[in-house]
Design a protein. Structure first.
Length: 311
């Protein structure tokens, strides 16, 4: 078994993972906001592991140097981790500790045990608070010179678009993400458009899941917000297929999980717009390994490092 940990913007998850990708026990809590809460979480998971453990794998947002496990750049809520070496920060009992970007660990999970098994060219996007991405190109997970490669959520889609968390303007993430969808819907409420949903008592904006639901119930504002967001996502996916020519495109993250029925029309449009160059319909599938995909893949880093498994 290995311990897999996935540090997300809102939740941190962990599991004891077997060589077949099976989860023996899983744990989750709100994302840490201090280094000591991260350390405590990993230590508590280690303590609760009643079987021998080969190592710890961590998937984390941002630019992670897989060789040293240093968090090179991490804008946003988890910024406090920037500059820390995860091996030093969260290592336990001298166990080997591996780390990589969370979308990459999700892709590792899919390649080892999920939808991408046996494939050599795969693109994975995680659609959540932001947009994460990873690519397997000719059998190799692309990392780039500094570990920042394949931040596809930060490809410029709208040249006149708004400021992104990364410092660029008009990134995919500013057009399609929970953050983008919720803030666009907030603007509709604020401007007195007809909306089925309203702010909660604390002034909180309806969740992306609620906006999806409202759209299916005929809320015109929700429909418009989602139509524009999906138009952006479609354009981005077309570009990514043209760049990577993958066998398979995998969509994960809580938006993909919340709205599979809304993803269906997108398949046809992406296929239509890529048919000339690619000459085939590239399957777009949902992440197989579900909400714990990143966790299983993070443990997969340990198995890969110890050559118990190979891609
Ligand atoms: Zn960006």
């Amino acid at each position: 078994m290995a311990i897999g940990v996935d540090i997300g913007a809102t939740t941190i998850k962990a599991a004891l993972v077997g060589l077949r990708g099976d989860l023996l026990a899983s744990f989750r809590e709100d994302s840490p906001r201090t280094t000591s809460s991260l350390r405590d979480f990993v230590h508590s998971v280690r303590k609760r592991a009643t079987v021998p453990v080969l190592g710890i794998g961590i998937g984390c947002k941002g630019v992670i140097d897989a060789a040293t496990t240093r968090v090179n750049r991490l804008p946003g809520d988890l910024n406090f981790l920037e500059g820390y070496v995860l091996r030093e920060l969260a290592g336990v009992d001298g166990l080997p500790l591996c780390a990589d970007n969370d979308a990459r660990t999700a892709l590792v999970g899919e390649v080892l045990w999920g939808a991408a098994r046996g494939r050599r060219n795969v693109v994975l996007l995680t659609l959540g608070t932001g947009v994460g991405a990873a690519a397997l190109v000719d059998g190799v997970i692309v990392r780039g010179a500094s570990g920042a490669a394949c931040h596809l959520g930060h490809v410029t889609l709208d040249i006149r678009g708004g400021l992104c968390i990364c410092g660029n303007y008009g990134c995919l993430e500013t057009c399609f993400s929970s953050r983008a969808i919720e803030s666009a819907y907030f603007a509709h409420i604020h401007r007195a458009s007809p909306t089925r949903l309203s702010l909660d008592d604390a002034g909180g904006v309806p969740s992306t899941e609620a906006i999806f639901q409202a759209a299916t119930e005929g809320d015109p504002s929700a429909r418009r917000v989602l139509d524009l967001a999906f138009e952006s996502l479609t354009a981005a996916l077309v570009s990514f297929l043209h760049v990577f020519d993958p066998e398979l495109l995998i969509l994960g993250g809580n938006i993909a999980a919340a709205g599979p029925q809304l993803l269906a029309p997108l398949h046809e449009e992406v296929a239509r717009r890529t048919s000339v160059l690619l000459g085939r319909k590239v399957p777009i599938v949902l992440q197989n390994t579900g909400g714990y995909g990143g966790v299983a893949g993070a443990a997969g880093l340990v198995f890969l490092q110890q050559r118990l498994l190979t891609i």
